[in-house]
Design a protein around this ligand. Structure first.
Ligand SMILES: [Mn+2]
Length: 351
């Protein structure tokens, strides 16, 4: 039996608020979800597991109709889902009354429940959120039925306010696979047994690295899983080394090349490090235009010609301060020297 495990799709989210590509990203989450449905069909996946937070907030009726349509395009695949803390089952949630197709099973109980999928000889277990937070450690006491079949738990949470999970306990519980959701960083807790696929598309700049879903196979009583990257974009950090020869235009060229190499769709946090020419000032707003740049942090320090300054400011504190340091310096001493010179120059009203 082949399955796909998804979580934290967050349909309806619009990441990177305030940036020109924000609206595009809202659509891309839908497009990537559609791509997963296409993969379900092409890879002949029999079971699609969604471990909570399919929606970013309470789903609109038209959004449920769209999702339901997509599920209707994979009629031979069973879809099992639970509601997470973002799309929790609020009293008037459209989730509760929505008429899903017959291949879709919602484990919308407030307490632990199971469904048996006959054709797949598989039990899927789970519960859903009825509030934004649950502090009770529900998964500490769950276990599969004593029946010869494949047993899969859908679970959403893993932090103090969203069903804390004792992983070592869960490892011993006896499930063939635990399909986790809520933590947005993809991670395998136990090889071929317990995993978070992470958010389908990364949703904020802390969610660096590849994102996607988990493809699983159950055969001969054993599960085997692989992580399949599928997101359109990645958040990346780019560190650029500056030296005395770097100019604004040479820097722009370096960054342009870096972005092209790593991917123009990706979203960047750029940091400038090193020592720049004493007269050079970089313009972050021009760097921002080179691609999808979220932020430019300039940590460079000016590279002063110390001998020249010492001569120029002879008889002043600046000259004395420079002379205080030996020519062979530790990195810390060098840092103190440059910071000090910079501060003293600034206090004289000069750059
Ligand atoms: Mn969540």
């Amino acid at each position: 039996m082949r399955f796909i495990h998804l979580a934290d799709v967050h349909l309806g989210a619009a990441p990177d608020t305030g940036f020109p590509w924000c609206e595009e990203r809202e659509n891309e989450i839908w497009e990537t979800f559609q791509r997963v449905i296409r993969d379900v069909r092409e890879k002949q996946v029999q079971l699609l597991l969604i471990s909570g937070d399919l929606f970013h907030r309470q789903p609109l009726k038209k959004e449920l109709r769209d999702v339901s349509y997509l599920f209707s395009t994979i009629p031979d695949t069973k879809v099992v889902l639970i509601a997470g803390n973002h799309d929790y089952l609020k009293e008037d949630s459209y989730y509760k009354t929505f008429p899903w197709g017959k291949n879709v099973i919602c484990l919308f109980g407030e307490t632990y429940d199971a469904v048996y999928l006959k054709g797949l000889d598989t039990y899927v277990y789970g519960l859903s959120y009825y509030s934004k937070e649950i502090t009770k450690a529900y998964y500490d006491h769950v276990q599969p039925l004593a029946k010869d079949a494949c047993h899969i738990l859908l679970a959403h949470g893993g932090d103090a306010h969203h069903i804390p999970i004792n992983m070592s306990r869960l490892k011993r519980a006896g499930f063939d696979y635990v399909a986790l959701g809520h933590i947005h960083k993809p991670q395998i807790i136990q090889a071929d047994a317990i995993a978070y696929p992470g958010s389908l598309e990364p949703l904020d700049r802390t969610e660096t690295g590849a994102h996607g879903y988990i493809l699983g196979e159950y055969a001969g009583g054993q599960v085997h899983i692989t992580f399949c990257p599928c997101a359109k974009r990645q958040y990346r950090s780019l560190e650029v080394q500056i030296d005395g020869d770097t100019t604004q235009l040479s820097l722009e060229d370096t960054i342009r090349q870096g972005l092209q190499q790593q991917g123009m769709d990706d979203l960047y946090h750029i940091t400038l490090v090193g020592r720049r020419d004493g007269d050079t000032v970089f313009y972050p707003e021009r760097i921002q235009k080179l691609g999808n740049v979220l932020e430019v942090v300039d940590l460079t320090e000016p590279d002063h010609d110390l001998d020249k300054l010492k001569e120029q400011y002879r008889g002043t504190l600046i000259s004395e301060f420079i002379g205080y340091f030996p020519s062979e310096r530790t990195p810390l001493e060098t840092k103190a020297l440059y910071y000090g010179v910079q501060a003293l120059l600034r206090s004289r009203g000069q750059r």
